[in-house]
Design a protein around this ligand. Structure first.
Ligand code: ZN
Length: 185
């Protein structure tokens, strides 16, 4: 359970019953077992989810917080980072989604979907995200994104500009060079 769920639970009195619109909704944590995937590869996963119960009409329901907990259990099963972990990774560097996207070249909308749990990153992207948990790797990407110095304008000339020899000159160019040499000789 992460802080998000706890905050939502503490704010339980502000939740509204979808049945009677009452505001006295209580939260109880239950272990919820669910099936993930299609037969024959389907597996049984379990997650601790907040079950809401309306004190006025007795209606019981699961909401977005339960869905988030189930999504987290699926990510753990697949061995990939959870939405909360991806959010935490980006926030640790103090980056907005737009800034994070600019450095990593990931799509900002894709990152948003991963963070909201609407989409699970494939394992290759997950490996990439894992590497980004090391600050030096993020720095390498930042450095790589800096515009490269212009090749035709070296910054470290010592006096004479370097001379370049023509590689694989054409016959015309050879002729031009010969005639040039003849005139100067
Ligand atoms: Zn109710």
């Amino acid at each position: 359970m992460n802080d998000d769920y706890d905050r939502k639970s503490r704010a339980g009195s502000r939740l509204q019953c979808p049945q009677c619109a009452g505001r006295e909704v209580q939260t109880q944590r239950i272990r919820h077992v669910f099936q993930y995937g299609q037969e024959p590869e389907a597996v049984q996963l379990s997650a601790v989810v907040p079950l809401r119960r309306c004190a006025r009409c007795g209606f019981e329901f699961l909401d977005a917080a339960a869905e988030e907990a189930q999504h987290e259990a699926i990510c753990r099963h697949l061995g990939v980072m959870t939405p909360a972990e991806i959010r935490e990774l980006r926030r640790r560097y103090g980056l907005s989604r737009k800034q994070f996207a600019a450095i990593t070249k990931l799509g900002a909308a894709t990152v948003a979907r991963w963070e909201r749990g609407e989409l699970i990153q494939n394992t290759a992207y997950d490996q990439f995200l894992y590497l980004l948990t090391f600050a030096e790797n993020l720095q390498r990407l930042r450095d790589r994104n800096k515009p490269a110095p212009r090749a035709d304008c070296p910054a470290d000339w010592n006096g004479e500009p370097p001379r370049f020899r023509l590689i694989n000159p054409t016959d015309d160019e050879r002729a031009a060079r010969r005639s040039f040499l003849l005139k100067t000789a």
